[in-house]
Design a protein around this ligand. Structure first.
Ligand SMILES: Cc1cc2nc3c(=O)[nH]c(=O)nc-3n(C[C@H](O)[C@H](O)[C@H](O)COP(=O)(O)OP(=O)(O)OC[C@H]3O[C@@H](n4cnc5c(N)ncnc54)[C@H](O)[C@@H]3O)c2cc1C
Length: 262
């Protein structure tokens, strides 16, 4: 069920984005980055689950699953690694609230160290898209799904402003927070696409005719809502500093130093 719901959401996000491009929207860099990250992670999850279902034979080269898994893996790396694209999505989205805070605005105009192939592609071109979405044409049967988007978008705007005020230009170095902001933005974008698509289908075919898609829409909302809550309720966590320390110590040690035989 999760494979189906997330695939429906991914397809909806890609259709929404290509629709924006066809409609002549001049800058779709943020939406494209969301599709790339969400798309590559969805295919990885789906193929991994598929191999798990096939189990023993899934691992054997005689069957197609292990090849599918190997092929799916590169998507998390090329066309901009997903870590870099998360930073891009987050910092691009933070630009708009950041503009009200001059110090941050200045920092946002500077290329972020580590953006590599993306630096030309430009943070300064990206638009802020995090704001309250209005859903005037949402079918009543999808009301609960639309509420999750509205509340999530408002919470994201609130949290974005809070972290900008707290960290100023240092936000460029706060990668745990950046990742959570990007993940919230991705789920909100995908859910928006799902609700828009499903509403349109209900209009065309009626509620019974679109029953399967309505189920996928509700199913994705349940999955996305859980992730949104988890990230929005605790955008910054004490364990972030702890994990940074563990990582720094491991780097200084040159690897894992706690083998029982050593
Ligand atoms: C088969 C293949 C084809 C490719 N084709 C193209 C192409 O046609 N055009 C093109 O422009 N590029 C292409 N690339 C490059 C690709 O898009 C990535 O940009 C590149 O692989 C990343 O560099 P790297 O592999 O040296 O990893 P590194 O930059 O060394 O990164 C190592 C790891 O650290 C993470 N990381 C690095 N910096 C940060 C940071 N600041 N914050 C958090 N995490 C970070 C990365 O996400 C990655 O997981 C291709 C790569 C491959 C493997």
């Amino acid at each position: 069920a999760r494979m189906m719901c997330e695939t429906y959401a991914l397809e909806s996000a890609v259709y929404l984005t290509t629709g924006l491009i066809d409609a002549g929207v001049p800058d779709y860099s943020l939406e494209s980055a969301i599709c790339k990250v969400y798309g590559s992670e969805t295919i990885w999850m789906v193929v991994n689950e598929t191999l798990q279902i096939a189990a023993g034979i899934g691992y054997m080269a005689e069957y197609p699953y292990e090849r599918m898994l190997r092929d799916a893996r590169i998507n998390l790396i090329f066309e901009g690694t997903n870590e870099i694209l998360r930073a891009f999505i987050s910092l691009a989205g933070l630009q708009s609230p950041g503009k009200q805070l001059t110090e941050v605005a200045r920092a946002m105009r500077e290329p972020i160290k580590g953006f590599g192939v993306l630096s030309d592609f430009a943070i300064q071109r990206a638009r802020a898209r995090f704001g309250r979405e209005r859903f005037e044409r949402v079918h009543p049967v999808l009301h609960a799904d639309a509420v999750v988007i509205e509340e999530g978008a408002m919470a994201l705007a609130r949290e974005s402003e809070r972290v900008l005020r707290k960290h100023g230009k240092e936000i460029a170095e706060k990668q745990f927070v950046q990742a959570r902001i990007a993940e919230v933005a991705m789920d909100l974008y995908a859910l928006t696409a799902v609700v828009a698509r499903t509403s349109q289908l209900i209009e065309q075919r009626g509620e019974e005719g679109a029953r399967r898609e309505i189920d996928l829409c509700h199913g994705f909302r349940v999955i996305a809502e859980r992730r949104l809550r988890e990230r929005l309720e605790k955008m910054e966590r004490e364990e972030d500093e702890l994990l940074k320390e563990v990582a720094q110590n491991t780097y200084s040690d040159g690897g894992y130093r706690f083998d029982v035989t050593s």
